[in-house]
Design a protein around this ligand. Structure first.
Ligand code: LLP
Length: 459
């Protein structure tokens, strides 16, 4: 029996007044979203049901204004609150594709990449390696070589990597010493899903802070490397500001230690992690508030330690790209189980959004062609995969709908496409970038031919 009663929620409540001035991560819909006179949802000046007609479904619809707005808010906040130099990086793991790399770089952001594939994507998008930072807890030798050849900054994560790096430098003899940062685990707990927590001591990422003396001693003994600074990241989808404030103190302590040993480190990368609003009750801090805490935390800790201000970097992913996208689906089969539940099936599911089944994530939804109707029914949105757990949204209030209607799930820009799969051999959806009434394809829909492109028969 469903315990929730149908609520009289009006879809216009998803739109905030003067949304254009707001922090994108505090909104459910992209900043440009509007409801047309015919009750259709419009994003980036484009009618969503029409986009589905033109490009098919499922369809990722990315609002350029929201992406640019988020980039600008991060950049401006760092300029406002931090008197030293700073660089905001986009954590491209949230959604890596050439168009989005190029878009954020056009807003003067750099990129955080975490694999050879993400680095390749960035380079193909013409991103300058000088603003690329290469992470990862188990980079292969080939990936390390790729980083050295391109000249991006490496974030060293463990001893094996340092040893391999030294060996590779001896072989390749680069003209300039490679730029390397050291990632340490700060030992800071935060409240988020255990799979996306990284700052606690029991984490696979980064050097154990109890080994900081050994790590810094290694750096002292290897002047062939340009040790530019230190990195830490405490986790993702974090709504509290205190853990990040604590992190600023810890990182300045580390930097003080490094400088006291004569290491010329001058950059601190504080990671990402600011959360975003997925449902009405979520209340994340704004981009500005988060940035202020980071910047003033570092500033004050440096003043106390009498340390020159380091270059300050951060690398948001989710809060930057997540709110910019809605995924549009075509609704199909309906199953009413009297007194139990009504399932509405859509033409995608866990293959285009694996977050509900992986992290029990909850999203918000609306019917894009009925935005003017009150949400009077409680339904469950099912994906089309052969898996009972393939439920995108449980017990959500929607207006009455029928097969052929267009369902949108909001806030799908982060870790949806990037974690998408071909489960059940579903081709991955297309993505369009919308702005001012214009839609541009940024990812083509996969075809059945794409699905078998790597298949081969044994000899
Ligand atoms: N920097 C590092 C080193 C990271 O590991 C991450 C995320 C970020 C920055 C960006 O964090 P953000 O600003 O997006 O919170 N797939 C999971 C999220 C995994 C996050 C991995 N690291 C999800 O869908 O919730």
């Amino acid at each position: 029996m469903v315990s929730i009663q149908p609520a009289d929620i009006h879809p216009t409540s998803f739109l905030q007044p003067s949304a254009l001035d707001c922090s994108p991560n505090q909104q459910l819909l992209p900043l440009s979203a509007q409801i047309e006179a015919n009750g259709h949802l419009q994003v980036g000046g484009c009618d969503v049901p029409q986009l589905v007609e033109q490009y098919g479904s499922p369809l990722y619809i990315v609002d350029e204004q929201t992406v640019r707005g988020a980039c600008q808010q991060y950049r401006q906040a760092f300029q406002r609150y931090y008197p030293g130099s700073s660089q905001v990086l986009y954590a491209s793991k949230a959604w890596s594709c050439m168009a989005l790399c190029a878009l954020v770089v056009s807003e003067e952001l750099g990129l955080d990449v975490v694999s050879g594939g993400e680095l390749y994507t960035a380079l193909q998008a013409d991103v300058d390696p000088a603003v690329i930072y290469f992470h990862g807890n188990n980079k292969s030798v080939a990936e390390l070589e790729m980083a050295l050849t391109t000249g991006c900054t490496l974030i060293a994560d463990n001893w094996l990597e340092l040893e391999r790096l030294v060996e590779l430098i001896a072989i390749t003899q680069p003209k300039t010493p490679p730029r390397v940062m050291l990632r340490l685990t700060p030992g800071i707990e935060c409240h988020t899903h255990e799979y996306i927590r990284t700052g606690h001591l029991d984490s696979k990422f980064g050097f154990d802070p109890q080994q900081i003396d050994q790590v810094l001693a290694f750096a002292q003994h290897h002047p062939q490397i340009n040790w530019v600074g230190l990195h830490a990241h405490i986790g993702s989808q974090i709504f509290e500001l205190q853990p990040h404030q604590d992190l600023t103190q810890v990182m300045v302590e580390w930097l003080t230690k490094a400088q006291s040993l004569g290491l010329p480190m001058s950059e601190l990368n504080i990671g990402g992690g600011l959360g975003m609003r997925y449902v009405e009750s979520d209340d994340p801090p704004s981009i500005d508030e988060w940035s202020e805490v980071i910047c003033t935390g570092i500033l004050q800790a440096c003043q106390t330690a009498k340390l020159p201000l380091p270059k300050l970097l951060c690398e948001p992913g989710r809060s930057l790209i997540g709110p910019a996208c809605v995924t549009a689906y075509t609704m199909g089969a309906q199953k009413h189980i009297p007194d139990i539940r009504t399932y509405l099936a859509v033409d995608g599911g866990m293959s285009d959004n694996p977050r509900p089944i992986t992290y029990q994530s909850i999203y918000s939804a609306a019917v894009a062609n009925c935005m003017d109707k009150a949400a009077t029914e409680i339904v469950t949105i099912a994906g089309k995969h052969c898996e009972s757990g393939d439920i995108l949204l449980k017990d959500v209030a929607l207006p009455p709908s029928q097969p052929g209607d267009v369902l949108v799930i909001m806030g799908t820009g982060a870790y949806n496409y990037s974690m998408a799969s071909n489960y059940n051999r579903l081709p991955r959806p297309a993505a369009v970038l919308v702005y001012d009434g214009d839609a541009n394809l940024i990812l083509r829909r996969e075809t059945y031919q794409d699905l078998i492109r790597q298949d081969c028969f044994p000899r």
